[in-house]
Design a binder for this molecule. Structure first.
Ligand code: NDP
Ligand code: 8X3
Length: 251
């Protein structure tokens, strides 16, 4: 296997599980994220699975850092087959009239502008080669809104729109674009949303068999492994106890 996947936000959650899934299936992996120690730890783990790994630490919000990191790729590391635009977060949960504008900036800068910067840096490399596959991690929050979700939902609606737009714009380059819209998944997501308040984060998943990061990694791998003429456009994946952002049964 000589295929290369680049995963943003590989230091935790979906990104980490996706890197692991593709590594054990023989892909060469470019792992990225801000936390260098976590990247080094994952690099060692993937190398233990006999994968070829390249770790790049950058903040997706920083256009200069993104361009520098992608520009540093040498030789055939530039031949990225799959890009997983996964880095993202929710910060805070409050009515629009009480929202913290710094939280809004973090979400829009990461989930929308960060995804765009990485895409703008990587996709021309795919276009040159006339093939590639971009996965954008949106959310069920990009399909429907919920009370207090306002800006996070808006950021994921933007990702949903960008997936559709990318699919059209990249059509002539033979690049597949798959939008992934997960529901409730137990990762570091809620700890980040509630700024380290683990008790509040744990309460989110009480009485629910939430999705695991590995479930989403499996779905991404399934889509990527389909023959090149097959493009899954959009997938909504929820726990069986959830039917959208406003319908959840706890047991
Ligand atoms: P985690 O918090 O577990 O992981 C988020 C990852 O994003 C981390 O690796 C983090 O790395 C990275 N990241 C965050 N901000 C930046 C940044 N500015 N620059 C670079 N990397 C960044 O969350 P999940 O795995 O759950 O989330 C992954 C994606 O899935 C997000 O886009 C999220 O919105 C989406 N999602 C999550 C759902 C859930 O219920 N968990 C459901 C639907 C969608 P580091 O901090 O090291 O930079
Ligand atoms: C994460 C899912 O419903 O918490 O994107 O917004 S939700």
């Amino acid at each position: 296997m000589d295929k290369i996947i680049m995963v943003t936000g590989a230091t935790a959650g979906f990104g980490r599980a996706t890197a692991k899934k593709f590594a054990v299936n023989g892909y060469r992996i470019i792992i990225t994220g801000r936390r260098k120690e976590r990247l080094a730890e994952l690099e060692n783990e993937l190398k233990g699975d006999n994968a070829e790994v390249l770790a790049l630490s950058f903040d997706v919000r920083n256009k200069v850092e993104v361009d520098k990191a992608v520009g540093s790729l040498s030789g055939d590391w530039k031949n990225i087959d799959i890009l997983v635009n996964n880095a993202g977060l929710a910060v805070g949960l409050s009515h629009i009239d009480k929202g913290d504008t710094d939280d809004w900036d973090r979400m829009l800068d990461t989930n929308v502008k960060g995804l765009l910067y990485v895409t703008r840096a990587v996709v021309p490399l795919m276009a040159e080669r006339g093939s590639g596959h971009v996965f954008n991690i949106s959310s069920i929050a990009g399909k429907d809104v919920y009370e207090n979700g306002n800006v996070y939902c808006a950021s994921k609606f933007a990702v949903d729109a960008l997936s559709k737009a990318m699919r059209i714009d990249l059509l002539s380059h033979g690049i597949r674009v798959t939008n992934i819209a997960p529901g409730m998944a137990e990762t570091e997501f809620s700890v980040v949303r509630f700024k380290g308040d683990r008790e509040r984060a744990d309460a989110v998943y009480k009485g629910v068999k939430a999705l695991a990061a590995e479930d989403i990694a499996d779905v991404i791998y399934f889509c990527a492994a389909l023959p090149p003429h097959v493009c899954i456009n959009d997938l909504v994946i929820t726990p069986t106890q959830q039917a959208g952002v406003n319908n959840l049964v706890r047991k």
